[in-house]
Design a protein around this ligand. Sequence first.
Ligand code: S3P
Length: 433
Amino acid sequence: MEFLAKAGGQVSGAIRVPGDKSISHRSIMFGAIADGVTTVDGFLEGEDALSTLKAFQAMGVQIDGPEKGRVVIHGVGRDGLQAPAGDLYMGNSGTSMRLLAGLLAGQAFDVTLTGDVSLSKRPMERVAKPLREMGAVVETAEGGRPPMRIRGGQKLKGIHYQLPMASAQVKSCVLLAGLYAEGETSTTEPAPTRDHSERMLRGFSYPVAVEGATARLQGGGRLTGVHIDVPADISSAAFFMVAASITPGADLVLEHVGMNPTRVGVVNILRAMGGDLTVFNDREVGGEPVADIRVRHAQLKGIDIPEDQVPLAIDEFPVLFVAAACADGRTVLRGAEELRVKESDRIQVMADGLVSLGVKAEATPDGIIIDGGPIGGGRINSHHDHRIAMSFAVASLRATDTIHIEDCDNVATSFPNFVELAQQVGMNIEVVS
Ligand code: S3P
């Protein structure tokens, strides 16, 4: 599938983007091993969250839906998962593979986790290492890549794990293994990362203590089924925040957006660049802060992105680079080497794409330097990366000619109705196959 993004267009109206991907994954995982029924509303019906859902169905969990965002999970209890008949295919989803590795390390059965061409290149040693320290038997393929083979029937012991990188997936993996380990499991992170696991475990009545950068829990407890309301994904809303910011005359409201403080880097960075964003209607839904956001066009200026914002905006950089290309002056990002091991090498792929459209962009080992200037048309390869595809679709709002974006199937992993919503607000995107 390809996108034909014609130059120009408008951004106005009010939209609600689909449910949060991170929260959707966790709702299935925790609901499956809880006692009793868990109901989920606002579930993201994207391929990544569906990979998680199918994996638990394959392990004997009855899950109804999703239907219009509603999922009903009939929890099997902490020891009720059954051996799947074959390998568990995680598609494009790093979150599925890394969190499931933790949850499955302490089960009675063997399991193999596989992925698509993009996921098969991503580092899994970062989760295999702490799991082995806990007593798990985990094998990865060459270079620490998938598939991951996890041998069941191991007795896990709680550990303290000092994370070498700011990664919520690694933190969550260790904590999930900790549910099945003897004694206390704790993690300390070098910078704050998304804390949906900690919040949601508590929502399932499982105590998690958080003190500064350290989260700890005791193994052996049980989760109790609950109702979960999934807010709109701020990472999906981010495409429209940038779209409105860079488009003259734009005035857009994004409704019911998840505003967890570990996720709001994109709002902070856009504001630092001079963006006009108003957050209103603040409320709390199921333990997660939610708000509406009004975004109007503003002339952005280049900035040095504060490094403490990097983990808080880690998935939003591809589209923030588009904002930087539309800004006056230079934007510099440092301390973001993690971007090189996402669904694609997001530093290189974005730099190459921007340069091919005539923007001055230079990749550095841990970031990028972008000088704002005119954006031309051209052909972009998105390298199986949903966020690269959507970012260049947003760039077309300020381009002088059509941007043809190849390899867009994976947009369905996180944002299945992206094109529909983009057209609704006034963008000129068409799908061609
Ligand atoms: C996620 C954590 C982040 C993020 C990913 C989702 C999660 O990855 O990039 O899209 O749900 O825990 P890292 O923890 O590897 O940075």
